[in-house]
Ligand binder design. Structure first.
Ligand code: GDP
Ligand code: IMO
Ligand code: MG
Length: 419
């Protein structure tokens, strides 16, 4: 069975934590899109690990971790991530990287950064990891692929050809240019290190399906950052909706059996773009401080606001979400009042383009909070009455069941609410 786990907001919903929890009962965990713009935090037995490239099953012994062709790979940071995990004795699962994953190369990062600081261009607030320029190259038919790392002649030919255009662009943007030799030189040591992981994700998944294994597909970013269905242009450059799992791995769409949407009990966003329920003042400060809302990739403070049901219902629609995993409910402890945006006064559904979204007027229902620290309770039955009412309200308004509730960053602070 394939379960797809996607973020239902603007990323950082706690996908890594939820996937790590599911990994214990899964044979395979696969990433299907995004790159090292992702920062997925796992806390296992008190030890914190932030993953950028590697699937969140990597800390689970025997889990086969797969990186599909839909993922973009920065060979340098990927090999650093592998080395760092190995050094800590935490690389427990096995790893296969699809030969057709596109490489993020130094000119992608340079272009990303140069565009972000150019006063004539719209600032997106990207992670600066070169993700957009790398995906542009895939559709522009000039990607350098993972398998090219192991074919020195083809690697040189492709980089040479790509640099012909890239260096013109970089010059225009007042950014330093690159030579083929310098890029090949930095890639050299990476090739030998990464060669053992070369494989075919589609074939691996087909094998796992035929053996009736449980496969978890791990999304990065969130539905509202999808390049077609997100708040364009303030989006990432890949498809983050669940359907993307079929394409990013190379499996039939009908094999995706269930889709789990991860949502915080409130909402955050990093980078630019509209955010209808964004808060300022005491509540925002509480969410940021107690929720430790700083980016796992860039360290930027995350903007904080109330949970937005219009956005969640939209995410459930475009991504086919069957159930929610509701995270960070514990962060709300201590707030006198907590609000839920139930709908928009002037729009019947979530308008996806940034311009329309800027003009929506959220309508809130406000609930009484609770004082108790709920991060150490052993059972959802022990939740304070007001927390139960709040969780039920999210379920009712969103019209999608909340099947898992997370009350802390630890793997064990995850509870099944409904089967
Ligand atoms: P991801 O990108 O969706 O995997 O999420 P991030 O790892 O970027 O951000 C989620 C943050 O919240 C991480 O620091 C997690 O350790 C933390 N976290 C996840 N679930 C919970 C929870 O239920 N309660 C609390 N307090 N923290 C959580
Ligand atoms: P995870 O997987 C939150 C945001 C950036 C920016 C926009 C485009 O940890 O949830 P990009 O570098 O992708 O071109 O940036 O998308 N963004 C994320 N925000 N979590 C992420 O990943 C993100 N990945 C990209 O902040 O607004
Ligand atoms: Mg993150």
């Amino acid at each position: 069975m394939i379960s797809v786990v996607v973020g239902a907001q603007w990323g950082d919903e706690g996908k890594g934590k939820i996937v790590d929890y599911f990994a214990e009962g899964a044979a395979v965990v696969a990433r299907f899109q995004g790159g090292n713009n992702a920062g997925h935090t796992l806390v296992v037995q008190g030890v914190k690990t932030v993953l950028h490239h590697l699937p969140s099953g990597i800390l689970t012994p025997k889990t086969r971790c797969i990186i599909g062709a839909g993922v973009v790979i920065d060979p340098l940071t990927l090999s650093q991530e592998i080395d760092a995990l190995k050094a800590r004795g935490l690389l427990k699962g096995t790893l296969i990287i699809d030969e057709g994953s596109a490489l993020v190369l130094p000119y992608h990062r340079a272009l990303d950064l140069a565009r972000e600081k150019n006063p004539h261009l719209t600032k997106i607030g990207t992670t600066g990891r070169g993700i957009g320029p790398c995906y542009e190259d895939r559709v522009g038919r000039r990607s350098v692929f993972f398998h090219d790392l192991f074919d020195p002649e083809e690697l040189r030919r492709k980089i040479n050809e790509v640099l012909f255009e890239k260096n013109c662009l970089l010059k225009m943007l007042n950014s330093p240019t690159f030579s083929t030799d310098e890029i090949i030189e930095t890639l050299g040591p990476m090739s030998e290190k990464l060669r053992p992981f070369l494989g075919d994700a589609s074939l691996e998944i087909a094998g796992a399906i035929s053996r009736e294994e449980h496969i978890v597909m791990e999304g990065a970013q969130g539905v509202l950052l999808d390049v077609a269905f997100g708040t364009y242009p303030y989006v990432t450059s890949s498809h983050t909706i669940a359907a993307s799992a079929a394409i990013g791995i190379g499996t039939g769409a009908k094999n995706l059996e269930r889709v789990i949407g991860v949502t915080k009990a409130y909402c955050t966003r990093v980078g630019e773009g509209p955010f209808p329920t964004e808060l300022s003042g005491h509540s925002a400060e509480h969410l940021q401080r107690v929720g430790n809302e700083f980016g796992a990739t860039t360290g930027r403070p995350r903007r904080c606001g109330w949970i937005d049901i219009a956005a969640l219902r939209y995410a459930a629609r475009v991504s086919g979400i069957d159930a929610w995993a509701l995270t960070k409910v514990d962060v709300l402890s201590g707030l006198e009042e907590i609000s839920i945006c139930t709908h928009y006064q002037n729009a019947s559904s979530f308008p996806r383009d940034a311009k329309s979204l800027e003009n929506v007027i959220p309508v809130y229902k406000t609930f009484e909070g609770w004082e108790e620290d709920i991060s150490k309770i052993g059972d959802l039955k022990q939740l304070p009455k007001n927390a139960k009412i709040f969780i039920e309200a999210i379920e009712d308004y969103s019209k999608t069941p909340i099947c898992w509730v997370s009350l802390g960053p630890q793997r064990k602070a995850t509870f099944v609410r409904k089967k």
